[in-house]
Design a binder for this molecule. Sequence first.
Ligand code: CUO
Length: 765
Amino acid sequence: MDSEDQAKFMYLFERIHEPLYEGPRGGDKNVYYTFTDEPQMTEDATRTRRAQTDPETRRREFIIRHPSQNNELPDLSAIEAAVPRDAFFSYFLPSHYQAANELQRILMKPKSREDFMSLAAATRDDENINPHLWTHSFLNATLRRQDMRGFKIPAVWEIMPDQFIPMKILKQAERKSLHKKSKLKNKDPSAGQNAPADVQPEVMIGENPEHMLNYFREDIGVNSHHYHWHLIYVKDAPPTGPESRDRKGELFYYMHHNLIARYDAERLANGLPTTKSLDYGQQGFIQEAYFPKIGSVSNGTLYGSRQEKTPLTNVNRFDTPAAELLIELNDIFKWKQRLYEAIDVGYVIKLDGTTSPLDEEHGIDILGDIVGNGGQTSPFPAYYGYMHGLGHMLISYQQDPENRYDTSMGVMGTTTSAMRDPVFYRLHKFMDEIFSYYKDNKLPPYAANQLQWSSVSVDSVSIESGNEKPNTLVTHWTETDVEVSRGLSCNSKSTLVAIVPLKHLNHQAFQYKILLTNNERERVSVAVRIFMAPRFNGSGRRYKLEQQRIAFFEMDKFVETINPGRNVIIRESVKSTVTIPWSQGFSELEHWLAGTDYSVQEAVCGCGWPHHFLVPRGTTEGMQFDLFVMVTNADEDLIPSAISHFLTNVPKEKKPKCKESLSYCGILSERYPDIRPMGYPFDRSLAEKVKGTFTLEDFVALYPNMNSKQVTIRHNNGKLTKIHKPTQPDSGSRINRSGSTGSSIGSDWSHVDRFSDPDSDDYFP
Ligand code: CUO
């Protein structure tokens, strides 16, 4: 792989709703794609011809051999009929999902990378292909193909800004950018070439108290993580072997359980009650309204909206012949009953009449697959249904369940946008309760010998953050520039960029300080597990551990080898293996490509909790949280091949190709790295003797390999730091011209350094 291949690849993601011949592309607006149908074009000839650059005009031209010359262009008509070009593409609609899978299968076929890119370009330019379906399939194929390992994908919010940023703000950015263009033509000195559009970055706050949570629900990192998670956890991924997703049913439970726990921490911080499960009963209704401000630049419409107290109704829509949709509330109710019965009797029925036990090793994985994935992964699809996907679709059409008004689906229909809607969390709470019912009633509480490890004791834990008092974390706001021009049609010929400064939560970097004693005579490898949860419930009372345990969310997990005797571990917050850095955009990748030390080792591949949201917001006066740290034997608990992923200092040659969240996203084609049940030790009911009035402190006092600390999270609402995009791309030394704070690009997690305010204490790893 070389820089030309990377450039050829990444510009396929630019302006996905326009054909490639609508050039030019790239920050310098000098990149063109040209299809050739010369029958004798060999791969080598294509390679030598594909990046011709005219020294006068600096026009760069990628020549692509059109796959139709050898009759290699497949028939896409069935895919196009299933997902019309102007439809909102929905991962949850079985017909859409199958069509995306079919396109992905087609894109996996080419033997060479060159042919893969040619086929991707040709399918992309098919007049009737849906751009979001194409993006889904192309990304998926890229992540799975061995010959694409190490390629860097631009941030998904730059590829599809319409899925993440309100249409009004995009239009403002577009307009400002066009005005700048005309001012520049008239040599108006007030026209800053690359100044961000002066648009309102605030999320809309109306009178509805639910709007206070917009900063969480509409965060582009949060939504991008959710999109990527579903992109890689394809419903029918095999459990073992190449392209496998080990324990994907269990991870469906665990990742979404963490989303609810994190959301509830924000609800408590805003004085709102924790999430209530959605009631699917006959009199059920959705209390919360949702009026999306986002839509699709391809079809020119916003997602459907929903009034408060919308009654839940059957859906019976025949929008297109291929997308007829009948969902009955009664079906969801029936599936729920069958699942609770299966849990009670301890097994599920299979299609062939036999049964599978819901045992300790596989039970949660089977249930997670049935609820979350349905279809091929379910032991009996018709009997247990597809509660998750059809639950999303049922809700997404409640504003117009019979299509009397020709409205679009709501945001709940897509994985890019579902987390924006308050009802997302209520639907997932409904499913989370099924998993909890199973774990709490059918699995024995952890016995003492499953919790304690006498080799190592955790003597104390604390947090240090800058000049703050010990055990105090501070959050604030940051405004980060997001370039939207690459996903819109604006300025397609101009080098001016449209930028939206987006305001999002952030926090001051911190470190955990963990004092341990190794009681053995030799070095041991410890797996350090760190969780956090609010200390007080919605009524302001101290949580009992039996209630608090479901409020814990994972902060970090890593491995250290410690000497006999006393040890101190200092762990930097930015190393968290739960989070990923802010994804690189097109212009960052262009800067990186222009660097001299080009090397491709790792890429930020998109799946992972956004690092800027590692710490919950807290409150201005300081909100109390409990930090929990537990160490277990890494040699027994972690998959040996995965241990290097958890090490703090990983040798370069062992660094993963893809920086993703280990706990929330696993590792492609490998076993899930942690052998313990996901959520251990809080994933099941406590033993009788510690249930009642036990608090976290009482619990950790029983086991020397655990410890806890009360932590204050203070929100500095008045602080706003800014992170600006690199300046105008240019074919030469852009990095120096931009004033980058940059260290060597591509030498660490392959993330281009942010171009930040030098006075800011923000840290984007
Ligand atoms: Cu992630 Cu409902 O699963 O969305």
